[in-house]
Design a protein around this ligand. Sequence first.
Ligand code: SAM
Ligand code: SF4
Length: 321
Amino acid sequence: MLIDSYDRVVDYLRVSVTERCNFRCQYCMPEKPFSWVPKENLLSFEELFEFMKVAIDEGVKKIRITGGEPLLREDLDKFIKMIYDYEPSIDLAMTTNAFLLKGTAQRLKDAGLKRINVSIDTLIPQVAKDISGKDVLKNVLEGVDEALKVGLKVKVNMVPMKTVNAQEIVDVLEYCKARGMSIRFIEYMENKFAKEGIAGLKSKELLEILSEKYSFEDEGFDGSSPSHYYKMDDGYKFGIIEPYEDDFCKKCNRIRLTAEGNLIPCLYFDEAMSIAESVKRGDIKGAAAVLKEVVRTKPEKNRWGGEDGEVSSRAFYETGG
Ligand code: SAM
Ligand code: SF4
C-alpha cells in the first residue's frame, strides 16, 4: 500500500498519454505550445504499461487515462487492454473532450474501459467554438451519445466562466440529468498557460445560481472524490470541485504520470521525478523506488487561493488535469 507523509492512501494514478490536443481551450491551452515534447521522448505504451504493473502491484486501484487529448494517441484501446488483462478489477477510466469518441467508444469498452469523463462547457455551438477554438459541439455530443449507447458510464465536467458559459449552468445540468449522467462543475484553476482575464465562478456563486431553480441538500464528500456533492429533491446529485477550499487536499489519493514519464505528486507544484530511465531499462525495483519517493514527498496542500496570489506554473495539458 502507498501511504504519504500525511497518512493519505495513494491508490489513484492519472496517466497522461499525450500533451497534444485537438482543442485550444481558453483555460488550458489557448495557443499551440511553443514546442511539444519530441515524439522520441514519449514513453511507448509498452513502457507505460511496465509502470502500470509496478503501480498496481504497489496498491493502485484506479487508473485514469488523460492528456492532452488521449484519443489522439493511436492504439489507445491496446494500452487499455494491457492494463485490463493484467488486473481486470482496476477501475479503468478516461477523461476526453469526446471529439473522436464516435467510432471508437465500442472498441474502448471492449478493451476494458469502464468509465469516461467528458468536458462539456456549453450546449451552444458558437460558445463551444469560442472556448475550444473550433467548431466541435456536434462531434462531442455525438461522441457522448455513442459512449452511452455502448454502455460506458459517463460523467460530465464543466468549467463555468463568467461572461462565457455561466448562463448555461442549468442547461448543461439538465442535459446531463436527462441522460442519467452526473455532472461536476470544476472551479477554474488559475495557471500561467490559460488565456488572461478568465474569471471562473466559485462554488458559492454556482450554488446561488442553482438555488434559484432547485432546492438541494449538502451531501459533503464521497470517499476520496474531490467533488463536494449536493443532492436535489428528486435524488439527482451534482458535484463541485473546489480546489480553492482549505480542506480540498485532505483526502487526496492521486498522483500523475506525464507522457514522458514524469511522476508528479501534486497538480499544482512543479516537483516531479522521472520513471523513464527505469522502465526503459526494465528496472522494476528502480521504478518502484521512484514511485514510493514521489508518494513520500506528496505535499500537504495545493496553493490555489493562497494569500500570495500565486498561480500554478503547471500546464493542465501536460498533467492531464
Ligand atoms: N482533453 C481532455 C478533456 O478536456 O477532458 C482531458 C485533459 S483535460 C486537461 C482534463 C480536465 O481538466 C478537463 O475536464 C478540463 O476541463 C480540466 N481543466 C483544464 N484546465 C483547467 C483549468 N484551468 N481549471 C479547471 N479545470 C481545467
Ligand atoms: Fe485539450 Fe482538454 Fe486542455 Fe481542452 S481541456 S485544451 S480538450 S487538454
